[in-house]
Design a protein around this ligand. Structure first.
Ligand code: ATP
Length: 298
């Protein structure tokens, strides 16, 4: 699969604040790529850089394998901030204004983008009569003018009610299915799991991990065991996992294994053969939220 965007070692300072620290990742063509991170992790800064709104202090990025050119840029639609639509004008008239200011596409595109975002039936209604979800869909319609192959969206469901959120998520999946690549920032793990195929997790300017959502956010088996000598137990268990930790409060040792691979009877007899008698053996499924929390809080 070829890359739509390659980000190489992007670093950005605001004065003494380092907002991005050598960020690198690849966005595969046809993916919905989530940039996931808590507030202040650098998502908006990163999107602003790849859209040439801000300049990086270091690093570079390639769209479709090339440094930016006006031709390449035409293939990218973006929604960093909600555009200012006129409340008393219809969707069609608002998009005519957006189209003439941006020079993207032509008037015939307007009906097409309104159909794509499911607002065609309401195209003649005034903007002020729209729900928040419809307003956001109109903003995405504006980004779709000129038929860009890639859409960059900053927190597209922020501030919406549950129905609006569901509408936008559905729209993103529809856009993906019709051949677009979507790059979106989100602080919601749940959203990334539901909508994205790929993810880069950002924490205070660092990419902690990136890749296929199913691999990065995969569930894990966590085994909790205990015995009289916790250190000996932890040492023995290094054979099973390279992620063994002692909890001195609960007097237990925990270790993680790939989902579905923990075999408790094998672990029990392994320890017994090493001369360690277990007095506690428990299998827990680590939830995805726990993994995200762990990734972003350590
Ligand atoms: P949020 O979800 O809250 O918008 P974010 O993940 O998009 O967060 P950024 O807005 O990119 O993060 O901010 C990253 C860091 O850079 C934060 O520490 C922020 O305070 C800082 N920052 C962002 N913009 C500026 C600016 N114009 N001047 C100084 N510092 C800034």
């Amino acid at each position: 699969m070829s890359s739509v965007l390659t980000v190489n070692g992007i670093t950005k300072f605001y004065g003494r604040i380092r907002a991005l620290n050598g960020v690198s990742f690849e966005v595969p063509q046809g993916s919905v790529f989530g940039i996931l991170g808590p507030n202040g992790s650098g998502k908006t800064t990163l999107l602003s850089i790849i859209l040439d709104v801000l300049k990086a202090n270091n690093g570079n990025f390639l769209w479709f394998g090339h440094p930016g050119s006006p031709e390449q840029r035409k293939k990218i639609g973006s929604l960093l901030e909600t555009p200012n639509f006129y409340h008393y004008l219809s969707a069609v008239d608002n998009l005519k204004i957006t189209q003439s200011i941006s020079g993207r596409g032509n008037e015939q595109d307007i009906n097409e983008v309104l159909q794509k975002v499911n607002l065609y039936e309401r195209r003649k209604s005034r903007f002020k009569t729209y729900s928040l979800g419809m307003k956001q869909r109109l903003a995405i319609a504006a980004a779709l003018l000129g038929d860009p192959k890639v859409l960059v969206l900053d927190e597209p469901t922020n501030g919406l009610d549950p129905i609006g959120i569901a509408e936008i998520r559905e729209l993103i999946v529809e856009l993906k299915n019709s051949g677009h690549t979507i790059i979106m920032a989100s602080h919601l793990l749940d959203e990334v799991e539901k909508v994205c195929t790929h993810v880069a997790i950002l924490k205070t300017g660092d990419v902690i991990t990136t890749g296929d959502v199913n691999e990065v956010l995969q569930d894990e088996d966590v085994v909790e065991v205990s015995a009289t000598d916790l250190n000996a137990l932890a040492n023995a268990l290094q054979q099973f996992s390279n992620c063994v930790s002692i909890n001195n409060v609960s007097n237990t040792v925990s270790f993680t294994l790939p989902k579905g691979t923990a075999k408790l009877d094998e672990i029990n007899s392994f320890c017994f053969n090493k001369g360690i008698v277990l007095n506690h053996l428990l299998l827990k499924k680590k939830r995805l939220e726990a993994r995200f929390f762990e990734l972003t809080n350590n």
